[in-house]
Design a protein. Structure first.
Length: 257
């Protein structure tokens, strides 16, 4: 449904507009051959991707595993976290699926830009943000491998860290990632061990719901830890949706005349 909205709002296919729209679209200059459009697409993508990779590397090298750095009191903190799932920690353990989906998404984003027209300025920026977000998390899943120790009982969460012993040993030692500090010990018969790519997260909103809010009082308003790539993905998708709504309203108003 979202893809159809993007195509509709951006006039990617000929004949999307009303009577005479096909000729008008064909007469427009394509973004792929327009320098300013290329800049609007690739510059945000490169800038946000660089910021994402640099910020994750800096935080994981400068902060201790349990350290919390306050950026804005009562608003934002930096704290290290590893995510073996999708955006905001959902659907853990399917890294191969996520890598394949990310590659397809990247190809689709480039296709949308290729089919767009020079006048679609906001769309180009939005697609660049989505490209950066997808590339940032794809890089981590492909190159940031960690060891995941999962208790068979299911009563305790999985530990994502660095294995300090041979996986076949009777006793498994796993420390924090990537330095291997603060090791924890498990009986090999009680856990499963796998190695896979993980995403580095560090941004944490700390505001909580007021105590008087039923069922939510004193709980985090935003419980997930995320990164710059996640933020770029969300902002890019929101921009595309807003562009779709605005363009659709403009076309309907034009047709009403």
């Amino acid at each position: 449904m979202r893809v159809e909205s993007v195509k509709d709002s951006s006039n990617f296919a000929a004949g999307v507009s009303g009577d005479g729209g096909s000729e008008a679209i064909a007469a427009e200059r394509r973004a792929v051959g327009h320098l300013a459009s290329q800049v609007r697409f690739w510059l945000p993508a490169a800038g946000i991707l660089g910021l994402d990779l640099w910020s994750k590397s800096a935080v994981f090298h400068r902060l201790d595993p349990d350290e919390v750095f306050t950026v804005v009191p009562r608003v934002m903190e930096f704290r290290r976290s590893l995510n073996d799932g999708a955006v905001f920690g959902s659907f853990t353990g399917y890294v191969g699926v996520f890598i394949a989906a990310s590659v397809l998404a990247l190809a689709f984003v480039v296709y949308l830009f290729w089919c767009s027209h020079a006048r679609q300025r906001v769309t180009h920026i939005a697609l660049g943000l989505i490209l950066a977000g997808a590339l940032g998390n794809l890089y981590d899943r492909a190159f940031m491998a960690a060891d995941i120790v999962s208790p068979h009982s299911g009563r305790h969460p999985s530990i994502i860290g660095k294995l300090l012993s041979d996986p076949s040993d009777a006793i498994v030692h796993v420390g924090t990632w990537p330095e291997g500090a603060h090791p924890q010990t498990f009986a090999r018969a009680d856990v499963s061990v796998r190695r896979q790519g993980v995403v580095r997260d560090f941004l944490k909103f700390v505001p909580k719901f007021p105590a008087w809010v039923p069922r939510l009082g004193q709980r985090d308003i935003w419980p997930w830890i995320f990164n710059v790539a996640d933020s770029a993905l969300v902002v890019g998708v929101v921009l595309l949706l807003l562009t779709s709504i605005c363009d659709r309203g403009t076309r309907h108003a034009s047709q009403a005349r």
